[in-house]
Design a protein around this ligand. Sequence first.
Ligand code: SF4
Length: 330
Amino acid sequence: MLNKHIENAYKVLDGKKLSHEEAKALMNGVRGSDLLDLVSLANKVRDKYAPGIFSCSILNAKSGVCSQNCRFCAQSAHHNTGVDTYGLVSKEEALKAAQAVYDTGVRSFGYVTSGHGYREPNEEFMYILETLDALKEKFPDMKLCASIGILSKKTAKMLAEHHTGRYNMNLQTSPTKYADLIADTHTIEEKIQTIKWLQEFGVEICCGGIFGLGETAEDQVDMAFAIKEIDPEGVPLNLLLPIQGTPLEEMPTIEPADAVKAFAICRLINPTKMIKFAAGRETTMKDFQALLMLSGINALMTGGYLTTRGRSVDEDKGFMKKLDKFSSRN
Ligand code: SF4
């Protein structure tokens, strides 16, 4: 017999919405073997409302020495992690990295920098714009994504005018817990404002978060609804990989069963979105990676993450092909 909360959630397949209370009831009322029924529903919802499997790759264009104190992050100057540090890469290096991504067949390239962001169009920001122009000129059919932190209305507009098709800015967790669980050197409001300006200038948004930070199941539901309100095109979901030297170094890695539940419920709350499994696939899920992919995901970040390695693009391609067999179209 189907768990009553899952039975109720089947309405998502008919185009109906899950309420906050219903999502929380699912979170608290589904465990054990019922989890596989939840996975099955999330996979059906993905198949119906978000078909196809997508991928993207990123370049860490400036690493470490970040003034912000994000508790999970290897690149914060507040922590002692021994991460590689370097200033902004040259335009030539960015073009070379994009070429390598292009040659694998991936057509979405993310340009990512560490740091608070750019409220003023300083020299570094202007160089980023130049680099984006050069990338677009060389790879006109590649979607350019940027993730360079908090912006002002002025810098958001300039980025939009320089080929930024999509911008990544993650909520990371429930907005009400941001200061406690993520950082207090900047606010969630600054991030949401940046997103709104970019949307005003026609830039698509990629906005997700991290599970396993020590948040509650309710926080996970709150984050999924906050993401829904932002209405992004992409939702990258990460699993925390506790990094030595950060305040979260002792955090036990999330249980695969809890990760599966959090991902599946995020899909039920955001049925039509491109939900992307980013960091934590190989390191945290290990043998359960495919199960998580069946819990409503339809995109992968491939070829490595910001400060940790991932599987090769070729391995991921084979994996995605096999995964697609779980679609009703096959
Ligand atoms: S997540 Fe970004 S802003 Fe936060 S510490 Fe890391 S690099 Fe800095």
